[in-house]
Design a protein around this ligand. Structure first.
Ligand code: GLY
Length: 382
């Protein structure tokens, strides 16, 4: 079982228990500028290549490199363009070329410094370079600290859909520096909050209540609130990943709202108009609306979810995402491309209430279509 291990000098450590592939997630302030001592004992050879994007490198690369130099860790950096558009074959190839040119050896380590795009791309490159070299996640966005840096999903996008080409490949360590979140644009921090709310909705009603009380402070940048929310989210994810690393069962709970969200993102075309966390927020509302329509979930719960997301400034309706002309049929067509489709059947994560989510294939497509038709009405009218 994953468990919260210790509090050391204002850091919290969550262990992801995966036998010989177990690792720590360390959460605290100043972990980028203080990375060296955390890395030294983990590295097979004191040599790393940092992979980052232009934006994040401008903010954090110098501090990280200073810490590595101080610890005697030989380092290079490869910088790629920011944005979801970099999660493609061309960037993967150029990253692999650079790593090979830098003579990266089997015992060297890739450090992924950035948000979800960097973690997914650098992690996948590490998974296939020389049949697998170590990698460490240094997530700098809320979304990557609470979700994508933990659990070993790495991937690039295909023209047909998001994350269709990738590997399960666990990092050796995750350092989540909550101080890095201070430099995030407000919209990105808010979008990451969509993934935080997800953990309350899956199986932690008390955490959802805590978010109702403290969400505004968190979004205002309270370090204590951020540290607590990242720790609770990582603990929750670590426990799920520990029991189902490769998503044969329970891990699909982490996809609450995501089948809808991925369809919305596919429709937007990954051009930055819709952030992943914004699509997740709309998707969470859709999952609870569908659950209510199926008489699974009381309407006060689905309304409470919508109210909280909306109070935090997140979109809850597809119409707020500016996807003109989106119809229920288009949404369903995108949803059928989802990785969760098995034997042509969609898997849904639904809820019997807040904190009571479950996985099912047994959902009448007609009800889904009706829910989508109603949900997309305002978008068509507007
Ligand atoms: N982001 C969902 C998962 O890691 O399984």
């Amino acid at each position: 079982m994953a468990k919260l291990e210790q509090q050391v000098e204002n850091t919290t450590t969550v262990r992801v228990e995966l036998a010989e592939r177990s690792y720590d997630i360390v959460i605290g302030e100043g972990l980028l500028a203080g990375a060296g001592p955390y890395l030294t004992p983990i590295l097979a050879r004191q040599r790393v290549v940092i992979v980052s994007d232009e934006t994040v490198a401008g903010l954090h690369l110098a501090a990280l490199q200073a810490s590595l130099n101080k610890a005697g860790i030989d380092n290079d950096a490869v910088i790629i363009p920011p944005g979801e558009g970099s999660k493609n074959f061309a960037q993967l190839q150029s990253l692999l070329d650079r790593l090979i040119e830098l003579r990266v050896e089997r015992r060297d380590t890739v450090l992924a410094l950035g948000g979800g795009v960097i973690g997914d791309l650098a992690g996948f490159a590490a998974a296939i370079l020389r049949r697998g070299i170590d990698f460490i996640q240094l997530p700098t966005t809320l979304l990557s600290q609470v979700d994508s840096s933990v659990g070993g999903k790495t991937a690039i996008n295909a023209a047909q859909g998001k994350n269709l080409i990738g590997a399960f490949y666990q990092p050796r360590l995750v350092l989540a520096d909550v101080a890095a979140l201070a430099s995030l644009p407000a919209r990105e921090l808010r979008a990451g909050y969509g993934e935080v709310v997800k953990y309350g909705l899956i199986n932690d009603f008390a955490f959802f209540e805590w978010l109702e009380k403290n969400g505004a402070d968190l979004l205002a940048g309270s370090t204590d609130a951020l540290r607590h929310a990242v720790a609770v989210s990582c603990r929750s994810k670590a426990a799920i990943v520990a029991r189902d690393e490769r998503e044969h069962g329970d891990r699909a709970l982490l996809n609450l709202g995501h089948t809808f969200a991925h369809a919305l993102e596919a429709e937007a075309g990954y051009d930055g108009r819709v952030l992943h966390g914004e699509a997740v927020s709309v998707g969470l509302n859709m999952a609870f609306t569908l659950s209510r329509r199926l008489d699974l979930c009381p309407s006060q719960d689905s309304e409470r979810v919508r109210r909280h997301l909306s109070a935090m400034g997140l979109p809850t309706e597809a119409g707020q995402l500016g996807l003109d002309g989106l119809t229920a049929e288009i949404m369903l067509a995108h949803m059928r491309q989802d990785k969760k489709v098995a034997d042509g059947q969609l898997t849904f994560v639904l809820a019997r209430g807040i904190g009571r989510s479950f996985i099912t294939k047994d959902v009448d497509e007609g009800t889904v279509r009706e829910m989508l038709q109603d949900a997309l009405q305002p978008a068509k009218a507007g």
